[in-house]
Ligand binder design. Structure first.
Ligand code: THU
Length: 160
């Protein structure tokens, strides 16, 4: 028998004010688009901002539906939009922020499992890591150098 231990690591910033200027600006755009989320059911608003290697920023917010599973998370709205409009561009950075209408989220809110899988697909597609920054409404920001920290042992095209 053998045991495999997988280490993941994150950088913690005390607040968004500590972020490098370019990332801070990306996070500000995620905050702005978060406010436009369509989240009448959960009252939980998420904003995502992608910086591409062509300099473009692509934004997304969560879009809910009365048939609950038909809605989509902010991260995937942004990623699929980016893939549709700029299929050749590489995603360099992703900033995510989440805020509830009912209580203040002060700790970093990580992307859900389905979003991690989608981000992972694009890392494989472009063959370069995506820096991921995530936070709540206020407080610390976590940074991951790649989706691999958030989704170790990922399923990818090599298994097909
Ligand atoms: N949500 C996101 O947009 N991203 C995530 O990674 C987690 C959850 C949305 C989906 C739903 O509209 C609301 O947050 C509550 O789950």
């Amino acid at each position: 028998m053998q045991q495999i231990n997988i280490n993941t690591s994150f950088t913690v910033f005390q607040s968004k004010a500590e972020l490098p200027q370019e990332v801070q600006s990306l996070m500000e755009q995620a905050i702005e688009i978060r406010k436009k989320a369509y989240a009448p059911y959960s009252k939980f608003r998420v904003g995502a901002a992608l910086l591409l290697d062509n300099g473009k920023v692509v934004l997304g917010s969560n879009q809910e539906n009365a048939a609950y599973p038909s809605g989509l998370c902010a991260e995937r709205v942004a990623i699929f939009q980016s893939g549709a409009i700029y299929p050749e561009a590489k995603i360099v950075k992703l900033a995510v922020t989440a805020a509830s209408d009912t209580n203040e989220t002060k700790s970093p809110i990580p992307p859900c499992g389905a979003c991690r899988q989608s981000i992972s697909e694009y890392e494989f597609k472009q063959d370069s890591p995506i820096e991921i920054y995530f936070m709540g409404e206020s407080g610390e920001v976590y940074k991951s150098d790649s989706i691999k920290n958030l989704l170790p042992l990922s399923f990818d095209k090599n298994f097909l």
